[in-house]
Design a protein. Structure first.
Length: 204
């Protein structure tokens, strides 16, 4: 757990595609001012089932835990929330990775956060492992409704379209401007904490 103080809630933090969850990350540090943060690193070039297995093996579970992820990590936060019936916070999520990752099919990419690691190639088999696995828009498919957290200035994914498509899942935190990296975490902390408190009350 990486937090400067004890916290009632521990967030399992999931990075996006071709990224990493580092202790020095700005968003990790901002979340750690309010919550415990358990960073999970997984191989985002692996097939979907392998990633789920890796995340499950690394996750902290319990009555006071939740998942939070950005981009592809937001997708997997929702998946783990469904599987473990716990809160999930989806930050600028890739709700349909089969579509989103198709743009990188066959590309060999360096990870700017891990410059010492060799570049990796996103294979067609990995992209196809996400076929027909887009996040559901039906609230009944989520034991605990997830929370959408969006920057409208996301240059990679259409935040307004995501908000409209998934409005049936409940309240969302939407911030004007920003980017795909999400630049409003300090402003989102109160809303995230309120969401976690509501989820805890509903479960009790």
């Amino acid at each position: 757990m990486q937090s400067p103080r004890d916290s009632m809630i521990t967030l399992n933090y999931l990075h996006g595609f071709n990224s990493a969850a580092l202790e020095t990350d700005t968003k990790v540090g901002e979340l750690a001012t309010r919550f415990g943060v358990h960073r999970i690193n997984y191989d985002s070039f692996a097939p979907r089932a392998s990633i789920i297995e890796s995340i499950a093996a690394q996750s902290v579970e319990g009555d006071t835990t939740a998942f939070i992820g950005t981009s592809l990590g937001g997708y997997f936060a929702a998946v783990m929330g469904q599987r473990l019936a716990c809160p999930a916070i989806l930050v600028n999520p890739s709700c349909d990775p089969h579509w989103a990752l198709a743009h990188y099919r066959g590309m060999t990419l360096e990870n700017y956060k891990l410059p010492d690691q060799p570049p990796q190639t996103l294979t067609s088999a990995v992209v196809d492992s996400y076929r027909d696995t887009a996040l559901s828009t039906d609230p009944a498919d989520y034991p605990v409704p997830p929370l959408l957290v969006l920057d409208t200035g996301d240059e990679l994914l259409d935040a307004r379209a995501t908000h409209k498509r998934y409005a049936s899942l409940g309240a969302a935190l939407v911030f004007e401007g920003g980017s795909h990296r999400f630049e409003h975490m300090p402003e989102a902390l109160d809303g995230i904490e309120a969401y976690l408190s509501r989820s805890a009350r509903s479960a009790s």
